[in-house]
Design a protein around this ligand. Sequence first.
Ligand SMILES: [Cu+2]
Length: 201
Amino acid sequence: MRGATTPANRRLRLAIPLAATLLAGLAGSALAQDAKEAPKEPAPAKAEASGAPQTYESGITNGKGETIGKIMIRDGANSLVMRVMIGAGGLPPGWHGIHFHAVGDCSDTEKFEKSKAHVNHDQSKHGLLNADGPDEGDLPNVYANADGSVNAEVSSETPLTGEGGLRDGDGSALIIHANEDDHTSQPIGGAGPRIGCAVIK
Ligand SMILES: [Cu+2]
């Protein structure tokens, strides 16, 4: 759980899904072909460099308890950057809301309710587009291709470590929802059931 920060000041950005949507319009079949290739990862940070971003990886579990992909988080001084990499067949095609939830527990795969509400949802309204938001769990939607694969990169000013970080005592979870997040309505933007979960601990 977070305490001292100001969620309203947090900025989040979405890069890959928009590009993927544009590409899909330009070269539909070519993109589908690309999506079947193994997700590419950035080169690992050089350990000897002082201040190198801390990297954290975790598998994404679906409602059957199967691993469908992984998240990879790099934690910088002022922002974290997270890749969401899911293989073919992982998700229903289309947009999906994703959020950081408050507890790092994905063991109840049917509903993933042990991950609780959004990080610090009680201190701020949900929604990147809500005038009284966002909360610290809010993230842009990701887009699953026609084959169910996802390659997306999002950022958040919610820290990975340190005071109020995602890797606090009870951890956190990255939850993937069945539907897209409208970024406005309460409590979760109409994103629907929880269909994927990754422990951050
Ligand atoms: Cu959520």
